[in-house]
Design a protein around this ligand. Sequence first.
Ligand code: SF4
Length: 212
Amino acid sequence: MKKRTGEILALLEQAYGSDIVCYLDHENAWQLLIATILSAQCTDARVNMVTPALFAKYPSVEALAGADQKELEEAIHSTGFYHHKAKNIIACCRQLLERYGGEVPSDIDALTALPGVGRKTANVIRGNIYGEPSVVVDTHVKRISRRLGLTKESDPEKVEYDLMKELPKDRWIAWNLQIIAHGRSICKAQNPLCQECFLQKYCIEYAERKKC
Ligand code: SF4
């Protein structure tokens, strides 16, 4: 790990702590899996508004596997892309029952073979449920990792591999949580609050903007 990366990590830890908190409300692995599928192109806050009623109506993997697609679409409508999400959730839960007895697997290949489950969702499950070191690349992680010069890539999978190379394994899970906190409070997508940012001296994008 480069010295500057170590300094960035120390500052993030100081600002946001290292408690592992999941931003998506859930009580078990399958609920987190469904909540993460719903979070595609949607805010965590919106997903957290939808899931209590959703999990009350469908209280098990079996219930979701047997759901009527139209009814499920109505229940998740406000998260967007509801047609695809409903189709994937039903297919995913059917495969969980057929292949894993209704349990959520921890293996990355097994997870990403499930309908609607990409590397981001798989890594959320691995990190939050199974405590497996994993780098979750969401919109905040991609944007801020690029701004800080830890990757030049845009493809989330390539960003993930760059971060796995650069960050110590015991910081992989915390990186996502701390960077989301930084992205929500300071390093916003539009109009980042650079004057308030404790990472300013490490920021490639800020340095380039200053040159202009
Ligand atoms: S200096 Fe600005 S762009 Fe760079 S990390 Fe901080 S808030 Fe983001």
